[in-house]
Each structure stands twice: as C-alpha cells, then as structure tokens.
Design a protein around this ligand. Structure first.
Ligand code: PLP
Length: 384
C-alpha cells in the first residue's frame, strides 16, 4: 500500500532526540560547563534547586532526586517498609519497573486487570484483590493519563493501604485539577531520556507530602548516611548527578509548552481516527493527559504497524508482553493469573510518534498513512 512518494520522504522516527537537543544545545552545554567548573558532582546546588522546583511544580511538600524512575520506586517501596509477606496491588499492563523493585524487596506483586478503555488499573479489580496481607496499591498513570485516583483512594482509605503513584510517564498530568505526584502517599517519576521531562542519561525523583518518607528516601539514596562515614540504615547509591539535574532543570522550564504541543498532536490524531475502525485512546474529562505515548487499538495491529513501517513511520508497542506473563514471574514462583483485558490490550495496542518536534507535515503524513490503511482494509472487508 505504500506509494512512491512515501519512499522518497525521510523516515519519521519514533523519537527525535537529536532535534530536541539542537533546540537547547547552547543552554545545556553552558549548564554542563558550569557544573564541571564547580566540580561539585552530586548532592549540590543543581540537585537541590531541581528538588525545590519539581516539588513546587507537583504541589508536593518534598521532592527527592534519585538515579532513575526504578530507583524512585524501589526507595519509595523500601521507605514504606514493604517486604516479605506483604502484598502490593499493581497493574500488569505497565513497564516491568513498576513491579521488579517489589520483587527485589521480597514483597509479592498482586496483578489486577485494567479498564480496557482507559488502560489504567480498574478500581473494581483492586477492591476484589484486597486481602489481609495487602499493604499498598500502585496506580500507574500509563501513557500520561492519570489512573482513577478517587476510586483507588477510597479503597486505600477504607483498608488502611499506602498509595504509590507510578508517575514515570505522566509528569505534568493532573487529576481533577491536582497534579500527579500529589495524589498518593508518594510518587515516582523518571527522567530517562525517552520521557517527556528528560536528562541525557538516567534520572528520577520521588515526591511526597510525608516528612517520614522524604527523610527515609533521602537516606536510602545515599548509603543510609547520617554523616560522612556514619550509616543509620543500609542504603544504596541512587543519587542523581549534578549534570543530569542541571539538564532536567532546563527541560522543566520548557515542559508546559512541549506538553501542549503533544496534546495538540494527539488531538489531531484522535480527530482523524473518528469514523475509522481504529480506536483512539480515550481521555477522561477530569484529567490532563500529557500523551507520553499515543496508543490506539486495532485488531489488525501487526498489519497496521507493517504498513506504517513501509511508509517510513516508526511505531512502538507498549507493552507486548504483560508483566504477569513474563518469565521473571514464573521464575519467582508467582501463581499464574488470567487478566483478559490486559492480554487483549497487549495484542491490539500500537503507539504512534507523538513528540513536540514533529512538524505539522509529519503529523499529516502519519494521519494520511493510518487513514489509508483503514480505508484499504475497509474496502477489502467490503469485497469479502
Ligand atoms: C511506568 C514506568 N515505570 C517505571 C519506569 C522506570 O523508569 P527508569 O527507566 O527511569 O528507571 C518507567 C520508564 O522507564 C515507566 O515507564
């Protein structure tokens, strides 16, 4: 179904990190130079400034910068005291890093199904999974859309459970007017270079209103230090370095404008998909979705992906194998579960490119290729 003109056009990558870098290169290089001139490489002024600015951005009392989103989750789970014998309710339709730190601590992830329209954890399933050993719930604001936090908070309060937001994909999103990062006991964010707010390497941050959790995460990220060689608890080295902190601060200043561009592109895709056989992502009317990923559904997903690939348009699948079906769960000895909505979503989802550097012409090209696929398959179905 590709045309000659498709083949002569430059491919559209799934992300264009080089273009983004070019747009802020002089600022980034100046910030790196400043850090290097100071030779203060961690626990310095850039990290502290980022923590203040990020806490204010999320409306949280504290923000504690760490080495990655995975660190943010691990240290938050550890600070909550989660460990052997504890059950934690999680979606399976997420990146494995939501779950793996729980297993590392010896806690047991209890996988529940998603709302098939929103892709986020289904509060009814969460309620059904609450058991005497349940200690926490981890809603994931998947693809940039906040989970149903009212439903989750209600269950958490009724049963005395902690709520940890996995906000790694959702910086800048809000739920009923409140920013993610301020909606649970604590939240984890990722600054890995693919995320909406990124450094050039790894990074992450924990936000919380709880003084006890902030203090414990601070200790755990830096060898459990109480003094230079005094260690109050066993900790790890999960610090964010000053160069990454400086880069993330630059990106934070541009985040709102860039998020609006993502939302604009998403809106164009969604409008274009109306009246086709392809299902655009649903956006709750009480949230700000930040479109870290634009994920549509199709029961011809693989054909659509191949068609777009031929037209020079890169796509992704987030994620093709749900967590509960990963070999790691089998190896850990977790009881098999069946999660029909999650398993069906994994077969049908396809992510289109949705980054601010996409030009209107590129967006037109993507829409044209998707709509052409739909028209062609509809015609074939009509003939059959
Ligand atoms: C939902 C989710 N949780 C956790 C993580 C882990 O973040 P990181 O890669 O920074 O460790 C990511 C991103 O990679 C993610 O998308």
């Amino acid at each position: 179904m590709s045309t000659n003109s498709d083949q002569t056009q430059a491919p559209i990558p799934f992300l264009d990190l080089k273009a983004e870098y070019q747009s802020q290169k002089s600022e980034v290089l100046a910030a790196i130079e400043q850090v290097l001139d100071s030779m203060q490489l961690h626990n310095g002024p850039e990290t502290r400034a980022l923590e203040e600015e990020f806490a204010a951005y999320c409306g949280a009392r504290h923000a504690v910068a760490v080495g990655s989103g995975t660190d943010a989750l691990l240290l938050t789970y550890a600070a909550l005291g989660l460990g052997p014998g504890d059950e934690v309710i999680v979606p399976s339709h997420t990146f494995i890093a939501t779950v793996a730190p729980l297993a590392f601590l010896g806690a047991t992830p209890v996988f529940v199904d998603i709302d098939p329209v929103l892709f986020t954890i289904n509060p009814e399933r969460v309620q059904a999974a609450v058991a005497p050993r349940t200690k926490a719930i981890v809603p994931v604001h998947l693809y940039g859309q906040p989970a149903d936090m009212a439903g989750i908070q209600e269950i958490a309060q009724r049963h005395g459970l902690a709520v940890v937001e996995d906000a790694c994909q959702a910086v800048g999103a809000s739920y009923q007017g409140r920013p993610v990062g301020s909606l649970g006991d604590a939240a984890a964010f990722s600054f890995v270079f693919t995320k909406n707010l990124k450094g050039y390497g790894d990074g992450g941050i924990v936000t919380t209103d709880r003084d006890d959790l902030a203090e414990q995460v601070r200790r755990l990220r830096d060898h459990g230090r109480a003094g230079k060689y005094e260690h109050a608890v066993f900790g790890l080295n999960c610090r964010l370095d000053e160069m990454q902190a400086a880069i993330v601060r630059i990106a934070l200043r541009r985040l709102e404008e860039r998020t609006e561009r993502r939302r604009q592109i998403a809106q164009r895709y969604t409008q274009a998909l109306q009246g086709t056989e392809l299902l655009p992502p649903a956006e709750r009317d009480d949230v700000r979705h930040v479109y870290h990923l634009y994920v549509l559904r199709s029961n011809r997903r693989d054909e659509l992906a191949a068609h777009l690939n031929e037209a020079g348009i890169a796509t992704g699948i987030h994620y093709p194998i749900p967590c509960h079906l990963q070999e790691a769960c089998h190896a850990a000895g977790y009881a098999p579960v069946s999660l029909p909505e999650t398993e069906q979503a994994a077969r049908e989802i396809l992510s289109l490119p949705v980054y601010p550097e996409l030009t209107d012409e590129q967006v037109d090209r993507i829409i044209g290729a998707v709509v052409a696929f739909d028209a062609a398959t509809a015609a074939v179905q009509g003939v059959a």
